[in-house]
Design a binder for this molecule. Structure first.
Ligand code: AGP
Length: 609
């Protein structure tokens, strides 16, 4: 939710910041702006709409200066407009901000009474005025920012420049992500790693309640009270190329096609030589903690929550632990029963989702252990958990999650295997056969991707539909939910996922000749039952798009479109059935001409509650 970038060094700041914002545009794209500082003066350029509008503005009216800050916005307070776009300026100070200032109205009233004039409807502008006001009684930018932030309630990652101190950039973080990139005689700051990858791979991850003060030559980190903190930098292994489109028309399509590699990377090094167990570095819970678990919560949002719903099937079957799956924004408010015998698994691609982070704190605060499944290394959720299982999907830029989802399913499967082995519910031989299926999976996903053309043709036939229904049973029901979510978010077509057996209790009334129904019918124990549900749809004139395994070619006679997948074990089948659903949603969106990578109203990483 909003991306911020900052630079201080010998180079021109504006192109560096613009390039960084381009890579953060997935975080918000309703307006953008840059401020640079040169010869003791601050100049800003801001534009409503996507970054391209700011780029054109900068071509007409370039910004010079080797210190700068920039922002790409996802509106929370105040509609998308040039006036509400960041940076926000007050007197000698200019600010960009990601997060929400909860007490901004109170502060605004106070500042207005002191004579400050506000130009925007944003909460952020309060920070600029507060720093300006504080600076009247304090010496220096650093002290003014520190005192101003002490009055602020809410979440923030901020970057601030002042024309009174042209060689200083101050940033601070509480609840919103902020990473520092270290260069040679220069520093970069950004909300996320890809914004800096083309300049440096040496990163410092700031913690909540920390401030960093930069000159081109040095960096100092303190807490909000001014006490110095020692920080280690980490070398990031993602390459800049990983955050490029690589010849694909959209990031989403590239990321769909990257899945064989992403899955293989997530499994790599985690299956022991004789395949009878798995090894999860980072999952550092004691053997007795794992043996003593009586209940598991899986908590996440959106697509990651769908992964959790599939994970429940894996963990209950292989480790025989009862699993409850919660939506993060609900979990923290329902006073969940957590004890030292509960393990909470938080799933988050970004590792920064505010609701999931709050749920993690709730679970740990109640004395339970927590393990994260995250894609972004050193993200807040990863760092605050007792253990972490990283998915090695690489940077996911498309707002619609694809490779992060399937790698989350692999991470959950690895977790289920590990728990099953530790707790003695899974024998070595059975584990060998399950890991064998896991190791074969990337190749099978490659095969599933060959359905691309077929999905494109189906998309052409159904792109004008106004509604879709997705049906599945057992561990395919969450995939029905995920297929519907993918379609909704990128094509704006209304879609619902439903348990196939539940259809007759209501949604069957929706079925007519206009309604495409996507049915997930892999060859498993409930295959016959799903086929009966499919007949119920056909009998009412619904159009059936069926997804099954190559062993069930006979369905061809009964459906309007059939997509055949290779067969695998039931636990891993959801990974294969996800692939045609991703492709179908993608091609329908392309036919409709929507903005696939940056769908309206959405942001990749939801760092506000
Ligand atoms: C998926 O396509 C979505 N854009 C969204 O539901 C996402 O999965 C959700 O916001 C959770 O994000 P996280 O995995 O980064 O926590």
């Amino acid at each position: 939710m909003c991306g911020i970038v900052g630079y201080i060094g010998p180079q021109q700041a504006s192109p560096i910041i613009l390039d960084g914002l381009r890579r953060l545009e997935y975080r918000g794209y309703d307006s953008a702006g840059i401020a640079t500082l040169e010869a003791g003066e601050i100049h800003t350029r801001r534009a409503e709409g996507k970054l391209i509008n700011l780029e054109s503005l900068l071509q007409q009216a370039p910004l010079t200066g080797s210190r700068g800050i920039g922002h790409t916005r996802w509106a929370t307070h105040g509609r998308p407009s040039e006036t509400n776009a960041h940076p926000h300026k007050a007197g000698d100070f200019v600010v960009v901000h990601n997060g929400i200032i909860e007490n901004y109205l109170e502060l605004k009233d106070e500042l207005q009474a002191q004579g400050h004039t506000f130009r925007s409807e944003t909460d952020t502008e309060v920070i600029a005025h507060l720093v300006e006001e504080t600076a009247k009684q304090t010496a220096g930018l650093e002290a003014a920012v520190r005192q101003a932030l002490a009055r602020v309630r809410g979440a923030y990652a901020v970057a601030i420049l002042s024309c009174c101190e042209p060689d200083t950039l101050v940033v601070a973080k509480l609840g919103s992500p902020l990473v520092v990139g270290k260069g040679e005689g220069e520093y970069f700051v950004a909300s996320d790693i890809p914004a800096m990858l083309s300049h440096t791979r040496e990163m410092v991850f700031l913690d909540d309640g920390e401030m960093a003060i930069f000159t081109p030559a040095a960096m100092r980190v303190t807490d909000l009270d001014g006490k110095e903190r020692q920080k280690q930098s980490k070398t990031i292994t993602w390459s800049p190329l990983m955050a490029e489109k690589g010849g694909y028309r959209h990031f989403m399509l590239k990321e769909i096609h990257e899945q064989p590699r992403a899955l293989a990377d997530t499994v790599a090094g985690r299956v022991v030589d004789d395949q009878s167990d798995v090894y999860l570095s980072g999952f550092e819970l004691e053997q007795e903690d794992l043996e003593g678990i009586e209940k598991l919560f899986v908590v996440a949002c959106g697509t990651s929550w769908h992964a959790g719903l599939v994970g429940k099937f894996m963990i209950e079957k292989l480790a025989r632990i009862p699993v409850e799956v919660d939506i993060a924004s609900e979990f923290r408010y329902r006073d969940p029963i957590v004890s030292d015998k509960t393990l909470t698994v938080l799933i988050s691609q970004s590792g920064e989702t505010a609701d999931t982070l709050a749920a993690l704190r709730e679970a740990r605060g109640k004395g339970g252990k927590a393990v994260a499944i995250c894609n972004v290394v050193e993200s807040s959720i990863a760092r605050e958990s007792d253990g972490v299982i990283y998915t090695h999907a690489g940077p996911e830029i498309g707002v619609a999650s694809t490779k992060a989802f399937t790698t989350q399913l692999v991470a959950l499967f690895l977790l289920a295997l590990r728990l099953g082995r530790v707790r003695g519910t899974l024998m070595a031989q059975e584990c060998q056969s399950l890991t064998g299926a896991l190791l074969a999976l990337p190749r099978q996903v490659e095969e599933a991707l060959e359905l691309d053309k077929a999905c494109e043709e189906i998309a052409r036939d159904y792109a004008l539909a106004s509604d879709f229904l997705y049906l599945g049973r057992g561990n395919q029901y969450p995939i029905a939910l995920e297929g519907a979510l993918k379609l909704k978010e990128i094509s704006y077509i209304h879609a619902e996922g439903y348990p196939a057996g539940e259809m007759k209790h209501g949604p069957i009334a929706l079925i007519d000749e206009q309604l495409p129904v996507v049915i997930l019918a892999p060859d498993n124990d409930t295959y016959e039952k799903v086929v009966s549900n499919m007949e119920e749809v056909r009998a009412r004139g619904g159009k059936v798009i069926a997804i099954t395994t190559q062993t069930r070619q006979e369905l061809k006679e009964k459906v309007d479109a059939l997509l055949l997948l290779p067969d695998t074990i039931d636990e891993l089948m959801p990974i294969l059935t996800s692939i045609p659903l991703q492709l179908l949603a993608y091609h329908i969106a392309v036919h409709k001409g929507t903005d696939v990578d940056q769908p309206r109203n959405l942001a990749k990483s939801v760092t506000v509650e």
